[in-house]
Write a protein that binds this ligand. Structure first.
Ligand code: AMP
Length: 141
């Protein structure tokens, strides 16, 4: 497996070199909206520590990311009036991974509504900003 590339796009977001629609942050994890959501509210949860994917992440960082993903999923149920939540996580190109800093997709779902294909359409900045605010507020409750 190739080594971690510190110039991947999520590493740049973690260093504050690129913007994101942040919904949650603590000392070990960051969560922000996917700019090409498969459903409204689609969120990515990352460990702050460098990790390419599930195959090299430290066990404690993985456990923390799972805990944050659970909190995001619960908040999405209320903030987006979801009927369910889909969790996805891809490893290496063959596993569907495109950005090589570990991230867990947390996607609110409505009954009977299919997810859009991956990276199909960029959401409007105003919509993402409003959704990030709504989800962050639900997390704080
Ligand atoms: P994957 O590595 O297959 O899990 O896919 C990477 C995901 O990152 C896709 O869902 C993209 O829509 C998303 N993405 C790519 N660039 C950005 C960005 N700058 N901010 C937020 N999400 C992004």
């Amino acid at each position: 497996m190739p080594s971690y590339d510190p110039n991947n796009i999520f590493a740049k977001i973690l260093r504050g070199e690129l913007p994101c629609y942040k919904v949650y942050e603590d000392d070990k994890a960051l969560a922000f909206l996917d700019i090409m959501p498969r459903a409204p509210g689609h969120t990515l949860v990352l460990p702050k520590a460098p990790a390419r994917n599930l195959l090299d992440v430290g066990a404690d960082d993985l456990a923390h990311v799972a805990k944050v993903a659970q909190q995001i999923a619960k908040a999405q149920m209320t903030a987006f009036a979801a009927d369910g939540v889909t969790i996805q996580q891809f490893n290496e190109g063959a596993g569907g991974q495109v950005v090589f800093h570990l991230h867990v997709h947390v996607i609110p779902r409505k009954a009977g509504t299919a997810m859009k294909p991956p990276a199909a359409e960029k959401e409007k900045p105003d919509t993402l900003a409003e959704q990030a605010k709504k989800l962050a507020a639900a997390l704080a409750n």
